[in-house]
Design a protein around this ligand. Structure first.
Ligand SMILES: Nc1ncnc2c1ncn2[C@@H]1O[C@H](COP(=O)(O)OP(=O)(O)OP(=O)(O)O)[C@@H](O)[C@H]1O
Ligand SMILES: [Mg+2]
Length: 372
């Protein structure tokens, strides 16, 4: 059982003065038993942070704590952490069984107990038939599962996973995702999990830290991150398709605030959309260019929402995904995606879209920060 603290963590590779700073003051607190997701684009510093928690990278500045105790100087073997690496390094001369048992043998776990653990893990990961093979005789996805198995054979204080499912096919990925979730529920071991995949992030995480260029952009629950993104980067990084960011102007009449959005290509048509913000908020931002943030599912059919504002928009393109019709239109001069029911679109050139303004958020266009 362990809580994990990441306090003002900085990392510079190479010379401190001339080197490149890849982590620029990270602060995260993970409670005992929590599942933290680190998500962000390639090169933003996710693996570096994970390696520092494991003790495989030195800390340039700041403090990492486990159960409140500083571990910066503690060697990896004394941290009681099990890690699955992005490049799942397996011992090439050992077969799958020996790879999984390696940590157990080191700690002199009795043979019968080892066998039981191997059987349990192999069943979970569907690699029972591969136990006598060497890593060279496995596919990438199979190797990845063996690497997972080596970590899962132990019950450490903390699990660290660096994109453990990236090499699996879509079906196995979904299965493994559920298994990891169940496993976490059952064992309650504090976990830090790196992924590119936002579905994984949303479904697995108790908390998500969205990173960009070595800085945490937002740290919160999946719901907070999804519905109340801190800035336009988070808004467009999470969600598929991402949140629409529509250039708008604001007007205030008494306490009533309205966002005005240009429809289609011409200046002639615009929609007036009521905003659930105080006149005070708007006054502070008067004159600034704002972006109206609305997720595609909040620009939808009347059937899916109540109390929304209906607007007729021109359709530039439609993609039928099966359950949904993604309808593309132009609002405020930018491309916008609405999520309608396939039945309500057909061959039409225009569509009736209901803007669910209770879910609208506003961003300052210049800084990208959320205003409300
Ligand atoms: N040993 C190193 N020396 C110098 N720079 C490094 C070293 N390791 C990583 N970097 C740089 O640090 C930055 C962060 O790398 P890191 O591996 O943490 O990114 P990441 O978020 O895990 O990316 P990905 O999603 O591609 O795995 C990158 O710009 C990378 O080039
Ligand atoms: Mg990485």
């Amino acid at each position: 059982m362990a809580s994990l603290g990441i306090h003002n963590i900085r990392k510079t590779y190479g010379d401190r003065a001339k080197g490149v700073e890849v982590l620029k003051g990270i602060n995260l607190d993970i409670a005992d038993g929590e599942f933290l997701i680190l998500v962000g684009g390639s090169g933003c510093g996710k693996s570096t942070l994970l390696n520092m928690i494991a003790g495989l990278e030195t800390v340039t500045e700041g403090e990492i704590t486990i159960n409140g105790k500083r571990v910066n100087e503690l060697p990896p073997k004394d941290r009681d952490i099990a890690m699955v690496f992005q490049s799942y390094a397996l011992y090439p001369s050992m077969n799958v069984r020996e790879n999984i048992a390696f940590g157990l043998s080191l700690r002199k776990v009795p043979k019968t107990e080892q066998d039981a653990t191997i059987a349990r893990v192999a069943k979970l990961l569907q690699i029972e038939a591969l136990l006598n093979r060497k890593p060279a005789q496995l596919s990438g996805g199979q190797r990845q599962r063996v690497a997972m198995g080596r970590a899962l054979a132990r019950e450490p204080q903390i699990f660290l996973f660096d994109e453990p499912l990236s090499n699996l096919d879509a079906k196995l990925r979904v299965e493994m995702r559920s298994e990891i979730k169940l496993l976490h529920k059952r064992l309650g071991i504090t976990t830090v999990y790196v992924t590119h995949d936002q579905i994984e992030a949303m479904t697995l995480g108790d908390k998500i830290a969205v990173m960009k260029d070595g800085v945490v952009q937002q740290f919160g629950t999946p719901e907070e991150i999804y519905l109340q993104p801190a800035n336009t980067f988070v808004a467009s990084f999470m969600g598929s398709p991402p949140m629409n960011l529509i250039p708008a102007t604001l007007s205030v009449e008494g306490e009533r605030v309205t966002a005005h959005v240009r429809i289609g290509e011409t200046e002639a048509h615009s929609a007036a959309l009521p905003l659930n913000v105080t006149a005070e908020t708007v006054k502070q931002n008067l004159g600034r260019r704002v972006l109206l943030g609305l997720r595609p599912e909040h620009m939808c059919d009347s059937s899916r929402t109540t109390g929304a504002v209906a607007v007729e928009v021109p359709i530039t393109m439609t993609e039928i995904t099966g359950a949904d019709a993604l309808v593309f239109t132009k609002l405020g001069g930018v491309d916008v995606v609405c999520r309608l029911h396939p039945r309500s679109v057909g061959q039409a050139e225009r569509a009736q879209v209901h803007f669910d303004m209770t879910h609208a958020v506003l961003f300052d266009e210049a800084s990208g920060l959320r205003i409300s």
